[in-house]
Write a protein that binds this ligand. Structure first.
Ligand code: CA
Length: 432
């Protein structure tokens, strides 16, 4: 076990038991204190951000392979991610050490603290990673079976390929947005029930999808697949993902090539990237895979992470967020190493900053269904909110709030949240 994840570590910065950001986490993000300040890189600690660009200037990383790289003064994490696992580990050890309560270097230097500790409430978070390619998997057997059964009947719930390979599609990276950034209900082609020709309309079936994603730190050369036992060396860290979906647009367009405009209008992510190292203590046994996958996808034992997931809904009338989903990352059938191995097995090159998302994470219980399509059983069972409001799909000004954390003994290694509000369709974007 890496010493930076020791449950006994304490920071001199106070961190409450409910905080997502104890010294065992140290997630990376990009922030700015004002609009005219250049974005820079920091880690979250309690209610503060430690400004790594200042530590870098002060020489804290001089004894590591990061020396002279200036990666923490950049406005995305990409250059740091591209340095590879040795540099990530070295940086993490320096940062952990600087924040420890038994290290006087920053603890007793009030002037340095004034320069490099920024209250999160005084900072604006920015897009952490520049992403060229976004791939979305479909790795929850519960989700794939539920959706398949609703559409094709329980006998044909899963397509024959599903248990042999992690199904995925190439998503759209340009419309990845950060938590707090809202979007307008998209327009598109929709085929009304019992009609033969489509209409052009704002989607009437806007849904969220509870997902998690991971960033590729170091890619592979074209033609050189990443073997499954090396896959995690290429993964930098994880974020929460809300993969917005317009179900009516999707239903009309997806045959035969899969999702397109129903998915590409917005995908929300949380601002803090949790390093894979911080998740190590929460590794757990994954779902048993039957039949056994082909050798290139074979693990000694399927492993995953125990990450608790929740989704809350807030409406214009219901201002206290109401919990509508409790799920867990561990319910996924295919694990992240298998996803990397499969993605590259044909020689496809992954690149620094690529985002690979899990697909909707649904579990075995009614509470753990990860999107409205499943929760409402294709609209047959509307969701009833505590104030009597009903939802089949999302209304304008509804806010969806997702959160995720690993539960330690007396501390949480968390992802913060991803919060997005649906804005009304824009008339001006309606081309005649
Ligand atoms: Ca998805």
């Amino acid at each position: 076990m890496d010493e930076t994840t020791d449950p006994n570590l304490k920071s001199f910065i106070p961190v409450s038991e409910d905080s997502h950001f104890p010294i065992q986490n140290l997630p990376y993000g990009v922030f700015q204190r004002s609009n005219d300040e250049k974005p820079r890189i920091g880690v979250a600690i309690g209610e503060y951000i430690l400004d790594l660009s200042i530590l870098e200037k002060e020489g804290f990383f001089n004894d590591t392979s990061l020396s002279e790289t200036h990666v923490f003064s950049r406005s995305t994490l990409n250059d740091f991610m591209a340095l590879g696992k040795k540099a990530w580990d070295e940086a993490r050890h320096v940062i952990s050490s600087v924040l420890r309560n038994d290290n006087p270097a920053l603890r007793d230097n009030k002037e340095l603290q004034r320069k490099c500790l920024v209250p999160q409430s005084a900072a604006k978070m920015c897009m952490p990673v520049s992403t060229i390619d976004f791939t979305d998997f479909y790795s929850s057997k519960y989700h794939a079976s539920n959706v398949g059964a609703m559409i094709r009947g329980p006998e044909n719930a899963l397509y024959p390929n599903w248990l042999h390979l992690p199904v995925a599609y190439h998503g759209r990276a340009s419309s990845i947005i950060l938590s707090g950034e809202n979007f307008h209900r998209p327009w598109g082609q929709i085929l009304p029930d019992n009609e033969k020709t489509p209409i052009f309309s704002p989607t009437q079936a806007l849904d969220f999808e509870l997902e998690m994603g991971f960033y590729i730190g170091v890619g592979n050369e074209l033609g050189n697949p990443i073997p499954i036992d090396k896959a995690t060396d290429h993964i930098f860290g994880m974020v929460l993902v809300n993969d917005w979906s317009a179900r009516d647009i999707q239903k009309w367009e997806y045959v035969p090539l899969g999702p397109f405009l129903a998915k590409s209008f917005a995908t929300s992510i949380s601002p803090w990237v949790v390093p894979l190292t911080a998740l190590e203590p929460f590794k757990c046994e994954g779902v048993k895979q039957e039949p056994e996958p082909l050798p290139y996808l074979r693990l000694e034992k399927n492993w995953t992470f125990d990450i608790k997931l929740e989704v809350y809904l807030k409406t214009q009338k219901l201002t206290t967020p109401y919990k509508i989903v409790s799920s867990n990352f561990k319910y996924l059938y295919w694990n992240i190493a298998q996803q990397v191995a499969h993605h590259t097995v044909n020689g496809c090159n992954l690149q620094t900053g690529d985002l690979l998302a899990s697909g909707t994470i649904s579990g075995p219980t009614v509470e753990s269904l990860g999107c409205l399509l499943e929760i409402t059983q294709l609209g047959r069972r509307p969701l009833v909110l505590p104030n009597g409001e009903k939802r089949v799909f999302l209304h304008d000004y509804d806010s969806v709030i997702m959160t995720a954390w690993c539960q330690g003994n007396g501390y949480k290694v968390g992802f913060g949240n991803v919060t997005t509000t649906v804005l009304p369709a824009q008339l001006k974007s309606h081309p005649k």
